[in-house]
Design a protein around this ligand. Structure first.
Ligand code: HEM
Length: 137
């Protein structure tokens, strides 16, 4: 499997994970549909673990991008992708800090989670989708 395909698969998994993350936490907070047949504590635990997994995945993809391709004159689409991906990683890091260090700020985690999900989607659409559309058609 080439690096491009591996990164595409990982980025797709990150988008799917973000969607599941959001749905699980909304269910915990009683704000979304009750899709998962699990107790709130279980869903919260999975949200935490899934969030850290998403952070690791995004960081690994970002490292592969920078180390594999280097940074030079890219089209606008690629810059959008790089900025969105970097911001997503930073937002997730802030969530981890809020969750473990500054509990009084954890009320902002919902907002940050929505932002992270959106940024991950933008990074995905601007890279994987954009890459395949612009190079195949
Ligand atoms: C509607 C969407 C979301 C809401 C309402 C939400 C809410 C929360 C809350 C309340 C916590 C604190 C959990 C606790 O204290 O046990 C948290 C933690 C966290 N969330 Fe979200 N979140 C959302 C989406 C996301 C998404 C999409 C991601 C990642 C792709 C994410 C990643 C994380 C991470 C990394 C943590 C910290 C986990 C840890 O350090 O143990 N969240 N979120």
């Amino acid at each position: 499997m080439g690096l491009e395909v591996a990164k595409s698969v990982a980025a797709g998994i990150a988008v799917g994970l973000a969607l599941l993350q959001g749905l699980a936490m909304l269910q915990v907070q009683g704000k979304g549909p009750a899709l998962f047949p699990f107790e709130k504590q279980v869903l919260r635990r999975w949200h935490r673990r899934g969030g850290v997994a998403a952070l690791g995945l995004m960081t690994a993809v970002a490292a592969a991008c920078v180390l594999g391709e280097g940074i030079y004159a890219y089209p606008f689409r690629v810059w959008v992708h790089a900025v969105a991906g970097t911001l997503a990683i930073l937002v997730l890091l802030v969530k981890v800090v809020f969750t473990h260090r500054t509990r009084r700020l954890v009320r902002y985690n919902g907002l940050l989670g929505r932002a992270a999900g959106l940024l991950i989607l933008i990074a995905f659409l601007a890279s994987v989708a954009g890459y395949y559309l612009s190079s195949r058609f």
